[in-house]
Design a protein around this ligand. Structure first.
Ligand SMILES: C[S@@+](CC[C@H](N)C(=O)[O-])C[C@H]1O[C@@H](n2cnc3c(N)ncnc32)[C@H](O)[C@@H]1O
Length: 257
């Protein structure tokens, strides 16, 4: 019985905070004032439309989407870049992204409730040249030396899922050519299951100082990158027909100097 209580999510500090805000939070505490619900529906596209300055790209440009998952942002980058590499650690995601590249669509079961599903189809917008994109499996913390000379590198909601995010950030200067654009988005959901606490980039207090991820990113990146701006990018992940994860990533935009 004691063990059951100790392992119960609803006994944790986190559950208590979530539910206090869920039941009593006022709208200003729950959502930032700029929040627009519909904007959360096409996050991978917005990572490109809201963050990439396509005017600054050379005629033939190359992009790298680190932690690309099933590839939508990689395809969106191909609207602007002649060559796009989508890289992810998940074999499953890379296989399906490769299927989408080859066939333009993929059929899957969309969860309604429990084990009940209905058929859905993921479709790559037909006006995108899928030939510009290639997907490969890889580890963003141990990248092959051939990966270099990019004009755009996107890390969408990746850093807080890495065991050693600094290792990935340390690779960035060699990946980008001078003038190249770096886009990092993250909701900064630091969790010990993914990132041992000593490797968190923010979200902790030490020596009386509250450490925020964006400040740490500035410290790590400033020798090689100029910070341009940051903005909120909401996202909505559907778990089933009546449950959704709503996140608000912070996008920070940088130029390789
Ligand atoms: C939160 S998801 C974000 C996916 C996608 N960028 C998006 O915005 O929807 C994190 C992704 O990072 C990938 N990932 C986790 N660890 C990785 C690593 N070491 N190298 C490359 N990808 C990794 C996961 O497989 C997953 O696809």
């Amino acid at each position: 019985m004691e063990d059951m209580i100790a392992n119960n999510f609803y006994e944790t500090d986190r559950a208590l905070t979530e539910y206090l805000l869920f039941h009593y939070g006022d709208p200003q505490e729950l959502l930032p004032p700029s929040f627009k619900f519909l904007a959360a529906l096409n996050f991978p596209t917005q990572c490109v439309t809201e963050c990439l300055d396509s005017q600054r790209l050379p005629a033939k440009s190359r992009a790298l989407d680190l932690g690309c998952a099933v590839g939508r942002a990689s395809f969106e980058l191909a609207r602007h870049c002649t060559e796009v590499v989508g890289l992810d650690y998940s074999d499953r995601f890379i296989t399906i992204a490769g299927h989408l590249r080859k066939n333009g669509s993929f059929l899957f079961g969309c969860i309604e409730e429990g084990d009940l599903t209905h058929p859905c189809q993921a479709i790559v917008p037909p006006d995108i040249d899928r030939e510009r994109v290639r997907f490969q499996r890889g580890d963003a913390m141990h990248l092959a030396p051939e990966l270099s000379g990019f004009d755009v590198v996107l890390l969408a909601n990746l850093i807080d899922r890495l065991s050693e995010p600094r290792r990935c950030l340390d690779e960035l200067p060699r990946l980008l050519d001078r003038g190249g654009q770096l886009i990092i988005t993250s909701p900064y959901t630091w969790m010990a299951e993914y990132t041992p606490k000593e490797n968190w980039l923010g979200g902790y207090e030490h020596g009386g100082k509250r450490h925020r991820t964006l400040n740490t990113l500035k410290e790590i990146l400033s020798p090689n990158f100029q910070f341009s701006e940051s903005k909120d990018l909401p996202f909505l992940i559907r778990e089933h027909s009546r449950k959704f994860q709503l996140g608000i990533a912070e996008a920070s935009i940088w130029t390789r100097i």
